[in-house]
Design a protein around this ligand. Structure first.
Ligand code: G3P
Ligand code: CA
Length: 251
């Protein structure tokens, strides 16, 4: 069975339509989100890219965590940005995991897959930019190994203004009046749309502006089939094994 699964995934990677599979918060359907275990599971599922969420903590380090507050996912309380790294490292995530720093995640991934870094915290563009530049200049990474995403397009513009080589993805929730124009304005390479707010016209508009379309969060195979018909370029999913195998079996 395992050999068959590996075979299917291999086929998916080599001959199928080039829709990339992005593990959401790692493979958060299979392991506690945004932990190294979740990223390991995503890589085992042969994803093209892993998505993570980033905040800056009180002692200045960038940490990988989704929520602004600690309560839902940890045994701590209060905001992530008000705690030092020492304080955050003492917490357990969903009972048994630890909060990684962004540096720990980069080192763990070690270029096996690409990294989709979503800026959650305010004013962290410079810190993320400097970390990416460090890995490109000193650790043999390439700018194309990264995709920096955010709903905060002002931070994305800051990154583009300083270093245009870093790929960015404009996250959009809803359907703006000017469709993909806001992403084109900041020279984004990718527009990442909510699965609840997508249609053929929106996808075509983004493609006509020369950008790729990714979609979050796609866990349902009917949604996935619809998105393939629209011609999207990537999907962000909590279940990369399930979605990847479904895709391979239907192409
Ligand atoms: O980056 C796409 C998606 O992760 C955005 O929503 O809430 O899961 O961070 P959220
Ligand atoms: Ca995210």
């Amino acid at each position: 069975m395992k050999k068959m699964m590996i075979g299917v995934i291999f086929l998916y990677c080599t001959i199928a339509h080039p829709v990339i599979i992005i593990g959401h918060r790692g493979a958060s359907g299979y392991a506690p989100e945004n932990t190294l275990t979740a990223f390991a599971r995503a890589i085992e599922c042969n994803v093209d890219m892993v998505e993570c969420d980033v905040w800056k903590c009180a002692s200045g380090e960038l940490v990988v965590f989704h929520d602004a507050k600690l309560e839902r996912l940890t045994d701590g309380y209060g905001s992530v940005s008000s705690k030092t790294l020492d304080e955050l490292k003492k917490l357990v995530v969903l009972g048994y995991e630890r909060i990684p720093t962004l540096t720990e995640l980069f080192d763990f991934v070690d270029r096996r897959v690409k990294l989709y870094v979503e800026l959650k915290g305010a004013d962290i563009a410079h810190d993320v930019l400097q970390l990416i530049e460090h890995y490109v200049e000193h650790k043999q990474w390439q700018y194309d190994d990264f995709l920096v995403a955010s709903f905060d397009h002002i931070q994305l513009r800051t990154i583009k203004n300083i270093n245009s080589a870093i790929p960015v993805a404009a996250l959009i929730y809803g359907i703006p009046m000017q469709l993909g124009a806001c992403a084109e304005d900041i020279n984004a390479q990718v527009v990442c749309l909510d699965v609840e707010f997508i249609n053929q016209r929106f996808v075509d508009d983004i493609h006509n502006r020369g950008m790729l379309v990714y979609v979050y969060t796609v866990n349902d195979r009917d949604d996935f089939t619809r998105l393939i018909d629209y011609g999207v370029d990537g999907v962000v999913t909590d279940y990369p094994g399930y979605i990847g195998v479904f895709f391979a079996n239907n192409n």
